[in-house]
Design a protein around this ligand. Sequence first.
Ligand code: BG6
Ligand code: MG
Length: 223
Amino acid sequence: MKEIKGLIFDLDGVIVDTAKYHFLAWKKLAQNLRIPFTESDNERLKGVSRLRSFEIILEIGGLTMSEEEKEKCCTEKNNLYLEYIYQLKSDEILPGVRKFLSDAREKGYKIALGSGSRNAKLILEKLEITDLFDVIADGTIISQAKPDPEIFIKGAKLLELPAESCIVFEDAAAGIEGAHAAGMYAVGIGTAENLPKAEIILPGLKGITIKDIINKLQIHIKE
Ligand code: BG6
Ligand code: MG
């Protein structure tokens, strides 16, 4: 295993639980379009781009729209979503994340955000953790959404590190797939059932240190 020097973090579902706000915003939009949309449908949108998320909702409702109309609805959804994000409090950061990031930084690891969200910078500001990141790769600098590896490749490039010396922290199967396609190991935040392909699976980062992750990775590789 190459020496790990960089850590790339997904945002939604790894650092903060924004899925509930995405759900509330999509639900309002779906209601206006008379499309039934449940929390279990919302699971299908995790890690998926804004436009693709809306296309899934249209599929659920059996509707079709022009690209222009879709774009308009996505903007409407984002405005609804932003109403929640403006209210986001710094204590909504998921348990253990702040400690994990600052400990890893102290130990000399370089930290990147690797999120497909175009609201990522605002969310980091709201959580008051922008300064814990060396670089930010977000939805504003990519042309292909996960499972494409573009976001992770860009993250590593911004960190000036080779892909093989970075590991990715992800809660979505599409993100794990993207990390592997970028040539990186992936830590899945979730369950083995949802993220069967991740090298390491954890329910969250509470009580975990970067040393634990590196040890687990070494054991996994030897197996
Ligand atoms: C991902 C979320 O991180 O970002 C998806 O998991 C979301 O649910 C995507 O659709 C795009 O986010 P945004 O904030 O640009 O609409
Ligand atoms: Mg995510």
